[in-house]
Ligand binder design. Structure first.
Ligand code: ATP
Ligand code: FE
Length: 337
């Protein structure tokens, strides 16, 4: 089975070709334009998708060395995401499926972040059901119990900002360029994580809240720079290490709770924040410390990419879960809907 997959939910235009569970190509055009604005501008994102989609699809086919006549189906991200962005991928996928007269498969982006673990990778490791999936990205923070490929139960999620936003907004307060998450990670590795204690949010159960954390970082920095205008430059590594430490503690606490509540100790993470070196380290340590089995996908499958849409396409193809030409994009699309 050959699946062509298209992802356009946010600010990355991506196309991938999969042969069953093997990725043959995964092309991502990242939109640089948003950096100037310090965040994604929806109107600019949809225009860039419009420009990128045809070349990106051509590249994905060429890299996979596949003729479009050999494709079995077209899979696309139906949601959740920015409506203008989703419309580009959805319309393109529908047209192509119609033109080639092959099945169309709609994919929930949040399911895809989790099912990305089923793309073949070098480690050869794949989780078995049931497992706990945690998606941590610039737009989402969610813990789900994955009972089977298409049976997922949300255990908890953020009530306000996503983890990636907590990183990016903290970085912005420190005067670092967007997106600041990777820079916080870089400086954190050189600093003392216990230098400056920040409060952990106390929202209940398995939910998250990061907006209070961001405010505490802001007030702390304002207070200290009033006393010493060079506070940030003199303490950048320690500040970053402390911010990162606090965020990771929150994530780890919630995972521990999820394990206690469900009795499931396989943890699979996904989303761009999974690139964070501190999170990777803590999860690897948890294998020995708590007897967990942890799964961290290759970075290429963590951030938004079409290969993860392709694996869902393949899994749905086998079940003949096809969409009709009447399908429309869905900006709000719950993982278990
Ligand atoms: P979505 O929420 O739909 O996945 P997105 O584009 O916002 O969309 P991703 O591309 O998955 O999310 O991830 C981007 C986020 O990951 C940004 O917030 C970025 O700062 C963060 N990020 C990337 N690398 C790191 C890192 N090493 N440490 C911390 N955060 C990181
Ligand atoms: Fe995503």
């Amino acid at each position: 089975i050959y699946i062509l997959a298209i992802e356009s939910s946010c600010d990355d235009t991506s196309a991938a070709v999969l042969h069953n569970t093997k990725m043959l190509s995964n092309v991502v055009a990242t939109q640089k334009i948003h950096e100037e604005y310090g965040g994604v501008v929806p109107e600019l994102a949809s225009r860039a998708h419009q420009q990128n989609i045809v070349p990106v699809v051509h590249q994905a086919l060429a890299k996979a060395n596949i003729n479009k006549k050999d494709l079995s189906a077209i899979a696309f991200t139906r949601g959740p995401g920015l409506m203008g962005s989703l419309l580009v991928g959805t319309s393109f996928a529908k047209s192509l499926a119609l033109g080639l007269n092959i099945p169309l498969i709609e994919v929930n982006h949040m399911q895809a972040h989790i099912l990305a673990h089923f793309i073949d990778n070098e480690s050869g490791k794949k989780p078995t059901f049931p497992f706990i999936g945690m998606t941590i990205s610039g737009g989402h923070t969610q813990i789900v119990l994955v009972k089977s490929y298409f049976d997922m139960e949300i255990l908890g999620q953020t009530l306000d900002d996503a983890v990636g936003e907590a990183f990016d907004k903290s970085a912005k307060i420190l005067g670092l360029p967007y997106p600041g998450g990777p820079l916080i990670d870089k400086y954190a590795q050189l600093g003392n994580p216990k230098a400056f204690p920040f409060p952990k949010s106390k929202v209940g159960e398995l939910n998250f809240s990061f907006s209070g954390f961001k405010t505490s970082v802001l007030y702390f920095i304002q207070r200290e720079t009033q006393k010493n205008p060079n506070f940030i430059t003199e303490n950048l590594n320690d500040i970053c290490a402390s911010i990162q430490y606090t965020i990771i503690r929150v994530l780890l606490d919630k995972l521990k709770k999820a394990v206690a509540q469900t009795g499931v100790n396989q943890i699979a993470i996904g989303g761009g924040v999974s690139a964070n070196s501190g999170i990777r380290k803590v999860l690897q340590e948890a294998e020995q410390k708590h007897g967990w089995k942890t799964f961290i996908p290759p970075f290429e499958f963590c951030t938004d990419n079409a290969a993860m849409i392709g694996i869902v396409g393949y899994l749905k193809y086998k079940e003949e879960l096809f969409a009709t030409q009447e399908i429309t994009a869905k900006a709000r699309y719950v993982i278990n809907e």
